[in-house]
Design a protein. Structure first.
Length: 155
């Protein structure tokens, strides 16, 4: 595709976002964060499957409660084809690793040290779940895991 073709597509996407509202057009895109072991993970590599991003911090009591629930449910969610990723926001690696010492962890944890991914989704606080469809497009956000999460992800 020529540059003019790419420009037209980008302009069209921008116009659609303006009409629908910026939050409705957020895509996972090529956002790379490190996991607990310092390995880079590209969020876009999960496109093709529905994804639940769980934004949290170690100091938030509500986040810790939701993390326990999600950690238990993530095993069955994975069997249903749902990718579940916990994303710690604005905390150093060592603090997050220390938090998980002795913790039976069933889901992937990424660290958003600068808050860039949480900014991309316009988060107003934690805990926040962001539900992405198979294309990486945001479906909705919630502060707890909805009972009907499957119906949201498999529309």
């Amino acid at each position: 595709m020529h540059n003019s073709g790419k420009s037209k597509i980008l302009l069209l996407m921008l116009l659609i976002c303006l009409v629908l509202g910026a939050g409705k057009c957020a895509l996972a895109g090529d956002m790379i964060l490190n996991d607990l072991y310092g390995q880079p993970v590209n969020i876009a590599s999960y496109q093709g499957k529905p994804v639940v991003l769980f934004f949290w911090t170690t100091w938030c009591p509500y986040c810790r409660a939701e993390l326990k629930i999600l950690n238990q449910q993530s095993v069955s969610m994975a069997k249903e084809g749902i990718i579940v990723i916990g994303i710690d926001v604005n905390e150093p690696d060592y603090k997050v690793r220390r938090f998980f010492e002795g913790y039976q962890l069933n889901l992937k944890i990424l660290i958003d040290k600068t808050g860039s991914l949480s900014d991309k989704y316009g988060l107003l606080g934690v805990p926040t779940y962001v539900f992405l469809d198979k294309t990486g497009k945001e479906i909705t956000q919630a502060h707890n895991l909805p009972v009907d999460y499957k119906s949201l992800l498999f529309k």
